[in-house]
Design a protein around this ligand. Structure first.
Ligand code: GLV
Ligand code: MN
Ligand code: MN
Length: 411
């Protein structure tokens, strides 16, 4: 059985953390100078591990094994949220690197090909899972057209500034692979609450988004009577409130929704806002509640527009994500490895976060492994996991990878 090197794993994770570190967190949004620095650092680590490494035209870092046979792909993403934690994505990226090295150092597994990857923009600065969508051919020219970040920077400009304009984009060759395995922090409290050390993911949520725009009339906050004003922010607050009242009536047990970004213009105390916009995002393990939410939104917007006053438009996100089930064969290997290293201390669980594995699973069998997050906190500088849990999770992944490759290459 391959043995991971715990010191090497933790040291690489800490080095990656230092690139873009802010306090206990990391700020490394996709295509930023720090993100690209981290990608170049990773490319070098891949090369040292014996992989043929490249950064493709959307920023994916890819390390390709020179060995023959059915290959396993592993990795995650190294971009972060605008105020990100140090392990979201980075954990799975460095695990994959360590698995490559550990398998190469073991007589029984050194001939197996393991490829490693760090996808670009999983965290949606421009378009969630941009890198994995591009790799699998799911990124269309239409989806990219005119995409900007929340500050108005276009994807085209970001690619140019990162030195990626004209660089070829890689395409996944499904025939090369027996599967993709992504490790990740749980980002929720379930494993900690149940005193489990490993989660084997059953399925990943689907996600849809809607952008609302509210157009009223900007005016003086003292002289414009309540009856006559067309206040864009009042319409935003009303719609948000009605969504919070109506969604629970059609939600399933684990359906979640978030209105995490709003803008009011001109955002001044003494001015009735003439314009506002808001992003609504909703997630579930199945399509039915997501469709029901869309119908609710359509009804609420039609009712409010029928009253006149502020005009509301609702535009669905151009990059929805479908709910996905993880591959039963790969899951069985993760479960067996979890049971060997953490007997009775692992569980099957759904993922409420979305992940690149949800995109890759449309092309090759895919599976995911979780380790506990302290306090269930993520997408926050306070995100953390215990060193012992980090080391254990990587050993489980290495063990499972060896078993998956042995099976695939015995055929
Ligand atoms: C991924 O980061 C998510 O928001 O689930
Ligand atoms: Mn992530
Ligand atoms: Mn994330």
């Amino acid at each position: 059985m391959p043995q991971i090197n715990a010191d090497r794993l933790l040291s690489d994770l800490r080095t990656l953390r230092s690139i873009g570190a802010q306090g206990t967190g990391v700020v490394r949004p996709a295509f930023s100078p720090k993100d690209m620095e981290a990608r170049r650092w990773l490319k070098q680590r891949y090369e040292e591990a014996g992989l043929e490494a490249s950064i493709d035209g959307v920023g994916n870092v890819y390390g390709r094994s020179r060995r023959r046979g059915k290959a396993l792909l592993s990795g995650s993403h190294s971009d972060t949220q605008p105020t990100g934690g140090w392990l979201d994505g980075a954990l799975g990226v460095v695990y994959a690197l360590e698995v490559v090295r550990a398998l190469a150092e073991d007589e029984a597994t050194k001939a197996f090909p393991v490829d490693a990857v760090s996808f670009q923009d999983e965290e949606s600065r421009f378009l969630g899972c941009l890198g994995s969508r591009s790799l699998t051919g799911a990124l269309t020219a239409d989806m990219e057209q005119g995409v900007t970040d929340s500050g108005g920077v276009t994807l085209e400009a970001a690619l140019r500034d990162a030195g990626l304009a004209g660089v070829p984009r890689l395409r996944l060759d499904p025939a090369r692979y027996c599967g993709f395995v992504e490790a990740h922090i749980e980002q929720g409290p379930t494993l900690e609450d149940t005193a489990h050390k490993i989660g084997v993911v059953s399925g990943i949520v689907g996600l849809r988004g809607i952008r609302f725009e509210f157009r009223g009339q900007q005016n003086h906050a003292g002289t414009t009577m309540m009856k006559t004003r067309r206040d864009a922010s009042a319409a935003l607050y009303e719609l948000a409130h009605r969504i919070n009242q109506e969604f629970p009536k059609v939600a399933a047990e684990r359906t979640v929704w978030t209105m995490g970004r709003v803008r009011v213009e001109p955002n001044a105390t003494s001015i009735v806002p003439g314009y506002a916009d808001m992003d609504l995002q909703f997630r579930d393990q199945s399509e039915a509640p997501l469709k029901a939410f869309e119908a609710v939104v359509e009804r609420l917007v039609a009712e409010m527009n029928a009253r006149g006053g502020v005009k509301i438009t609702a535009t669905p996100s151009r990059a929805p994500i479908a709910p996905t089930q993880m591959d039963p064969g790969l899951r069985a290997h993760l479960e067996a490895a979890a049971e060997r290293h953490a007997p009775g201390k692992w569980q099957r669980m759904p993922s409420g976060a979305f992940h690149d594995a949800g995109i890759i699973s449309a092309s090759i069998p895919s599976a995911m492994l979780f380790i506990p997050s302290i306090g269930g906190i993520s997408h926050d500088f306070a995100e953390d996991s215990r060193d012992g849990d980090i080391v254990l999770g990587c050993q489980v992944l290495a063990d499972a990878a060896a078993a998956i490759l042995a099976e695939a290459n015995a055929r």
